[in-house]
Design a protein around this ligand. Sequence first.
Ligand code: ZN
Ligand code: ZN
Ligand code: FE
Length: 764
Amino acid sequence: MRQRASVKVNGIVQGVGFRPFLSRQMKACSLSGWVRNSSGGVELEIEGESTDIDRFLDELREKAPALSLIDTVDVEYMDELAGYKTFEIIKSAVREERNTLISPDVCVCGDCLAEMYDPRNRRYRFPFINCTNCGPRFTIIKDVPYDRHKTTMGSFPMCAPCDREYHDIENRRYHAEPTCCPDCGPRLWLAGEDGHETEGYAPELAAALLADGAILAVKGLGGFHLACRFDDPALPAELRRRKQRDEKPFAVMCASTEAASRFAFVSEDERRLLEGHTRPIVLLRKKPGAQLDSVSENNYIGVMLPYTPVHFLLLDELAKLGTDSLIMTSANLSDMPIIYKNEEAVQKLRGIADAFLLNDRDIETRCDDSLLRAFEGRPYFLRRSRGYVPYPLIMKGLRDGGPMVLACGAEQKASFALCKGRYVFPSQHIGDLKNIETFSNYALQISHFRRLFDIDPQIAVCDLHPDYLSTQYAEESGLPLLRVQHHWAHMAACMADNSLDGRVMGIIWDGTGLGTDGTVWGAEFLTGGYDGFERRGSILQIKLPGGDRCTDELWRTGISMLSEAGLDPAGYFDAEQVRAAEAALRLGVNAPRASSMGRLFDGVSAILGIKREASYEGQGAVLLEAAAAEDCGRLYPVRLTEKAQDGGRPLCVFDWRPMLRELCEDLRGGVPVPEIAAGFMNTMVAMAAAVTLRICAQDGTNRVVLSGGSFQNVYMLERLTKALRGLGFEVYTHSRVSCSDEGLSLGQLMIGERHVSGSTSEDN
Ligand code: ZN
Ligand code: ZN
Ligand code: FE
């Protein structure tokens, strides 16, 4: 039977090759009709045999182009046939509205690579080849609607052959805004230390320098990288020296998954993430004897595969010289944002880079590489940025026409999120707002997102901490303000990540966050949902002699914990340090207390002699995890006490002192540090399970969310998830945003949205 249907497809379906795809599918299914862009996506009318229409609709999601994101498909059957003979793309009836979604920047596609490697193709070895299925997007867009002249490609008028492809519906470059060729596109060149161009084929020149041991600045999609070989440990050491970089691990780029698997284990899940078109940095476990300590001091190494044509061409030349992997670390100075402009790079990287691989396609928006690991077959983000931003998260709990909200995030791992209808737009990785340039980029990106997605927020949500620069931004925004407790926001973020609503229990462990009682929290057991929470469990507070200095000087926390447990720090730390810390404790000035999991890890790490002075945030905990023995059943006592709370049920408190006393006994008794480190983390898992059992029994809830930066620790994440499931709990972890403060803005946003929706429905 012949039928006619009207179909509306909403989502990211413009500028991603969707209409040519529809045209191909219509032909394949012998259908006729038309398609046009609409405000939220595309609309089409199709006519043909009903079985063909069914097949067309079935294949719509399955076969959709790589960069598209289908949100909804609405189908309405019509009574009469129109007698369409052909399939046509017709001009959009509506004025282009600004709620078109924008796709992220993704890896060059297979079709483009094949052309790039074909000597007869006019784009042979062309470093800026792209099509509707691949290439730059978010990082080159200045404004909407997404059109070439509103991108940084606007300064490259298309030549006649490119223009023909652009207007040919059968062509892969139909309406590919950044399309170009050697005749009309950007140029790649190698510049020396002084910024002057060197004659020759740039990838070959650059590869020769790298092979020779040089450090190169390479312009990528969302900023510059610093690249060098690492088969000789002297080179990473030299890069650290020049960058005056702490001990933070470097990421590497490998020509292929096979190249990576020479020094790291790659599971099937990890391979899928590595090779996917978003091309994140994937944390892989090092193989024993891999000799990579100069690249990464822990058990993991961050690996990514090439994603721009420039990377491919560069690695091809390097392969000829016998190298298949390079360090590729973000080019930034200490806590400054990633460098993204040519002049800036040449200026600021003087003395660091020996040469520059430059091009004249400007980057409009900075975007760092995404960083994740595979957990239970899904991505587990440590940084959600390039390749993912600005894709929206489609949130089941939100509704079309609901309030628009700006969530301002935290401070050190800043991000923000905005929502419109059911779409939430989390920002890219921004960095530490205490750096003035990072803060101005943060403010700039908020305005940019508001303009791109036409979002006019009714409310700003920020952290309870008055000193966070994100809080100050919110206060100065002129919007009505909602302040949300830090760990509650973490809990809500993990709920939203898993599309949960209602009541849950949250195990929220991180460094620090301001509590509602004015003290510092960070090892919290909360119950509640988007509309409120109750603090139900925590750990015995740790005194921090020297306050903020404890973040770097881990020995301070170690000494304080030993004293608190009635142990003599003299046997563990040198006399000078003990004197300094004890003086601060005795005087009680600048010795705040914190119930923080991060600080507990710091203290134990210092006592065990794993790390006493940290050069980056979380280093004590990272190295403690790296030091731990894999299969060790060691366990220390879990003592739980109760503490009365004003106007609430008593707080279940883990007293870590008995644990610490036994742990120290082991240490003095000569038990190897790896076993004690494992024993400590096993104890944290056992403690979490015991507290969860107690609270959930009282509450009748069965759903547990795990969030906060401490859950970047895989040892604990894996074991706690397993332990709680074994006890019959439903356990939820992150997979769409990070568990760290970077993911916090999503939780703030959901709480803010509920706050506004709740109060309007009461008004009505
Ligand atoms: Zn392509
Ligand atoms: Zn051209
Ligand atoms: Fe946090």
